[in-house]
Design a protein around this ligand. Structure first.
Ligand SMILES: [Zn+2]
Length: 455
């Protein structure tokens, strides 16, 4: 194994709370943590091309803190480009997604997730929140190890060199009124929340790159009388708790018809909301819902490229931010894995809705993509280039055909995942010269997807 240098000289680095990147920052790394962050004074900067800081390795371009992908279903990556041409909506897409789910086992899922997480590493993602509900065999029976699928995901993240929060999702019913799981959904279910809790508690990966959190799949998939148990499980640990919320107007309508209240109000009543909770999507909340989310300090993970792809609608991002709701970002269905695109979509979608510009500052977008995302996944010591933080450094080229001539502060409006040149996770370089050091990403993606797509 090549030894990773411990002193770096970033041409630009985006430091915490700074409105724009700082030039010429010396960053030192020790035992996976950032130990020194020193912006050089103008007089002490090295002349162009001259190395005056001994063994400090130059990082040309813009160095960002690690990006966090807060919402992932790794197997959805197999559907990219296969479901986008025709008509249909979320529900027709879901049927295609179930067909892939039906073909996965711990081995094929390990191969697919390893390639998907490596694609994420290439995009500058140092941590992923995997919202995991493919727990059992296709007929609903448990594997010999009931957490074999979760273990495959943890191992996949280790191969890809990124951290993972396994958000173990409770998924019990197929509709808001509690219909049983059928067909491909059978493998998602544990029967009830108590059995879910037992299985989830038994999964304790020893690997330092992984932690376990909880998830309520949605108010469709968890009956109201099972919600408290899941909330309690997460609160007791404490562990992050995530929930799909109001992605579809139909979910709101059904919840009102069955429970006489919105999904957000139902979750609030059963203790699901709170500072450790992240609501995913929240695309169609009422103003009362927003108050419930804000008052309980529940965060929201927006997934703009998925919401765009599935014709879900545009979440009220500015209203949420104004209410004090912390925003993070996820690539969810992986139609796109590019947090630059997710981040700028938060601003650009708001422009489309309001026909005005300038809703979010570049620092707001960086915060959502980095420190807020890591916090939503339980890694409160990551996502900042600061002394003591985990040494996650993502260096973006400023000389590509897309970024040449772009000021560093404009990177979130110009760069793509393809402009990421180097990625360090916990002090270890996993991407160099734009290539993953352990995984042949295109080849492994092709092979893994071919193995699970119906012929
Ligand atoms: Zn999702």
């Amino acid at each position: 194994m090549p030894v990773t240098p411990t002193r770096w000289l970033a041409e630009y680095a985006w430091l915490p709370e700074h409105a724009e990147p700082t030039p010429d920052v010396l960053i030192e790394v020790e035992d996976g943590r950032i130990s020194v962050v020193t912006p050089l004074t103008p007089g002490s900067r090295p002349p162009a091309g001259v190395e005056v800081y001994g063994d400090a390795v130059p990082l040309p371009g813009l160095t960002l803190p690690g990006l966090a992908n807060v919402h992932s279903h790794a197997f959805h990556r197999a559907l990219r480009g296969r479901t986008h041409g025709g008509r249909g909506d979320f529900w027709t897409w879901r049927d295609q997604m179930y067909a892939v789910a039906d073909r996965l086992d711990p081995d094929t899922y390990l191969a697919l997730a390893r390639a998907v997480y490596a694609e994420m590493a290439l995009a500058g993602i140092t941590c992923v929140g995997e919202f995991h509900y493919l727990h059992h065999r296709p007929d609903g029976g448990a594997y010999d190890d009931p957490n074999a699928m979760g273990a495959a995901l943890v191992e996949a993240a280790a191969h890809a060199g990124i951290r993972l929060t396994l958000l173990d999702a409770c998924y019990l019913s197929s509709s808001v009124d509690g219909q049983a799981l059928t067909g491909p959904q059978r493998r998602f279910g544990d029967g009830d929340a108590a059995r879910w809790a037992e299985r989830a508690a038994a999964f304790q990966p020893a690997d330092s790159h992984a932690r376990v959190g909880a998830a309520v799949h949605s108010v469709r998939a968890v009956p109201a009388d099972q919600l408290d148990k899941i909330a309690e499980w997460a609160r007791d640990r404490p562990a992050p708790l995530h929930v799909h919320l109001s992605e579809q107007p139909a979910e709101n309508d059904e919840c009102r018809a069955v429970h006489g209240r919105s999904p957000t109000a139902l979750l609030a009543e059963h203790g699901v909301l709170g500072p450790g909770t992240t609501a995913v999507h929240a695309t169609h909340p009422t103003s009362v819902d927003l108050t419930l989310l804000a008052d309980s300090r529940t965060g929201v993970c927006l997934c703009p490229t998925t919401e765009r792809d599935l014709a879900d609608g545009i979440g009220p991002a500015r209203l949420m931010a104004d209410a004090g709701i912390g925003l993070s970002l996820g690539s969810d269905s992986h139609a796109v894995i590019d947090l630059f695109e997710e981040a700028r979509a938060v601003e650009l979608d708001e422009r489309l809705r309001t026909r005005r510009r300038g809703h979010f500052a570049p620092l707001d977008l960086l915060t959502a993509a980095s420190v807020a995302g890591h916090a939503a996944l339980g890694w409160t010591d990551a996502g900042r280039i600061a002394v003591g933080a985990r040494a996650d450094l993502v260096t973006v080229r400023l000389d590509s055909s897309r970024t040449a001539g772009v000021p560093p502060v404009g990177a979130f409006f110009a760069a793509t995942a393809g402009d990421v040149e180097q990625v360090m996770v916990d002090g270890r370089v996993v991407v160099a010269d734009g290539r993953h050091l352990g995984v042949d990403v295109p080849a492994e993606l092709s092979a893994a997807i071919e193995a699970v797509i119906a012929s």
